[in-house]
Design a protein. Structure first.
Length: 285
């Protein structure tokens, strides 16, 4: 057992092996003892090495945190504990595509489970499985999705905020999805499985628009045409989408068009494909 920050380890004499001054003393740590009358030599002398070690621990915690520093500030150590700045990668996630690197101001000796590292992705969006080397400690360690499955491409977005948590053997992505990732996740996750009021459908593939285009805020209902093919219509506007992941029946209720984004095509004739069109629909009733 290391005499952690102990006065005896710093060379002080007449120290104690335990004390009643703290609620949970650890065996092996040394402690200060009182002088019999406050002035004699029976107590523990305060040696400079001990005080200097304690100063260094506190100064490092403050300086690595990026908080304001001035001798007049009473709460620098508290601010340092709150900031989490030491695990923020100031230079972002660098390295190469699919092989991220990052430096910490206080390069760790090892990484414990639950450790969180955050930063901005300065490399390109990943194209496959990803690794992350944090200050040389986790070289070659996998970066996985939040469920522990391997990345396949698109999980680490260029210039996006990325938060990784160490699970003891690999890093897991715990940062929020970007809007593009969210749209894909909803689409790929069979959005029609949840169709109660407040449900959201994001349709962004194999869409067809027939004039006149549905207006924003218009309540509309789905009708079922054939397997994997449904039509949303209201006020003469039609939005249809075909996708093998969609259900074999039309979603119930009334849906409101909250967003529709068109591609650069100037003409959407009857039955004309509008590649790149995205529609966001919310069930209101």
């Amino acid at each position: 057992m290391v005499d952690l920050l102990g006065p005896a380890d710093a060379g002080a004499t007449a120290t104690l092996t335990t004390t009643g001054d703290v609620s949970d003393p650890v065996a092996g740590d040394s402690w200060y003892g009182d002088c019999a009358d406050g002035v004699d030599g029976s107590g523990t002398p305060i040696v400079s090495k001990y005080l200097n070690r304690m100063l260094q621990q506190q100064r490092a915690a403050i300086r690595f945190s990026g908080v304001p520093q001035a001798n007049a500030y009473d709460y620098m150590l508290s601010w340092a504990m709150q900031s989490g700045f030491a695990n923020w990668l100031q230079s972002g996630f660098g390295g190469a595509v699919n092989a991220l690197t990052g430096a910490a101001p206080n390069a760790p000796q090892q990484v414990e489970g639950g450790t969180l590292v955050c930063g901005i992705v300065e490399t390109a969006t990943n194209t496959g499985a990803v690794t992350f080397n944090w200050s040389g400690v986790t070289s070659g360690a996998a970066v996985n999705r939040i469920d522990g499955s391997a990345c396949t491409g698109g999980e680490v977005q260029y210039l996006s905020f990325l938060a990784l948590r160490w699970d003891g053997g690999a890093w897991r992505i715990v940062s929020p999805l970007t809007p593009a990732q969210l749209a894909t996740a909803v689409q790929d996750g069979s959005p029609f499985l949840i169709t109660g009021p407040g449900a959201v459908i994001i349709a962004d593939s194999n869409v067809t628009l027939d004039k006149p285009i549905l207006a924003l805020g218009v309540g509309a209902t789905w009708t079922f045409e054939s397997a994997g093919y449904s039509v949303l219509s209201a006020g003469g506007g039609i939005f249809s989408a075909a996708d093998s992941r969609w259900p074999s029946s039309a979603p119930p209720g009334t849906w409101t068009v909250t967003q529709i984004t068109l591609d650069s095509s100037a003409d959407y004739g009857a039955g004309g494909n509008a590649a790149g069109t995205t529609a966001v629909l919310v069930r209101t009733e």
